[in-house]
Design a binder for this molecule. Sequence first.
Ligand code: SAM
Length: 335
Amino acid sequence: MEKEKRLNFREEKLYFSDLSGRYITVAIGNSYVEGKDLILGLADSLEFLKTVPDESVKLVVTSPPYNIGKVYEERVKLEEYLNYQRKVAEECKRIITEDGSIAWEVGNYIYNGEIFPLDYFFYRIFKEELGLKMRNRIIWRFGHGLHASKRFSGRYETISWFTKSDHYTFNLDAVRVPQKYPGKTSYKGRNHGRPSGNPLGKNPEDVWDIVLQDWEEQIWDIPNVKSNHPEKTIHPAQFPIELVQRLILALTNENDTVLDPFGGVGSSALAALLLNRRAISVDRDENYTMIALERVKALVNGTLKIRKIGTRIYVPTGKEKVAKIPKEWLKNESS
Ligand SMILES: C[S@@+](CC[C@H](N)C(=O)[O-])C[C@H]1O[C@@H](n2cnc3c(N)ncnc32)[C@H](O)[C@@H]1O
C-alpha cells in the first residue's frame, strides 16, 4: 500500500532565474516525502496528514472549508463537518513540534440565515479536546464583501492561534509595525524626555487590516473588485500572502516547515518559500494544485505578482469618481 501510494509522485527542481544557482526541490504526490523544500500534496487532507511524521512541522496555518457550499466543498450537517475537521485537527497536533503553533483562520458557517461562528467550535476542539493553549484570537478585518440585508454585513474573520506548549516561538521583532507617533516621549521617571516607543516599531496587535482587494494602484471603477488584488487566481477563497507572511515571520524561524492542510492555490506555501521556510501544501483539487505549482514557478522566475507585506491600505481622497455622491441621489434630495 505504501509503495502504491508513492507511485504517483513526481519531482521537480526549480532554478531561480537570477542566475545565482539557487534552486528549490518540489515533490507533487499523495503522501509525505523527506527532504524537499516544497511538497504539493494532491490528496484528501486527512489521508495525507497521516503520512507526515510526528513533530516535523513548526506551523500549521490554514483556512479550512467552512461548509457553506463553495465550489470546492460539499455542504454537510455541521456535526459531520466537525467530525472530519476534528480528525484533521488531531493530526495537526501530532505533527507540530513542541514549540510549534497552529493558526486556524475561519469565518461563519451559515444555516437558515443564522450564523455559527466556526472559531467557537474549533476552540472547543483545539483547547478543550486536544489541550492546546490559545495565544491570540486575531481579528482579520477587511473592507469589502457581500452586503447583507437581514443582519449587519460581515467584515471580519478570525485567526485562532494555538500552541502545543508554553515554550513556543514568537518573534515579535520580525513583525513590528511603524508607530503612529514615533516622536512620543516619556513624561516622567528615569526616561523623561526620551522616546517612549521601540525603535523597531510597535506590536501589530490582534486586529489586522489586511486587504482582500487592493485598490491602491488600480482604477476605481473596475466592476469586479475581486480582480483588483494582484494575487488573485480562479480560487474563490484565497489567502492574501501578506496575511500568512506575518504569521510565518512571528511563529517560525528560517528553514522550519510550514504546512497548510487545505492549501488551495498555494498561498501559504508561497509565503513560506518567500521567507526561506520549507512548505507543505495539501489540496484534493488537481486544478488548484497545478495553479499552486505555476505560482511557485512564477516566484522562482521573479514574475509572481504579490502585494508587498506592510503596503499601506489606500485611503480615498474624496476626489475619486466612486467617492462622490451620485448626481441622481443629489437630485432626490432637492426634490
Ligand atoms: C478556504 S480554501 C483555502 C484556500 C487557500 N487558503 C488559498 O489561499 O488558496 C479551502 C480549500 O480546501 C480544499 N479542500 C476541501 N476539502 C478538502 C479535503 N477533504 N482534503 C483536501 N483539500 C480539501 C478545497 O479544494 C479548497 O481549495
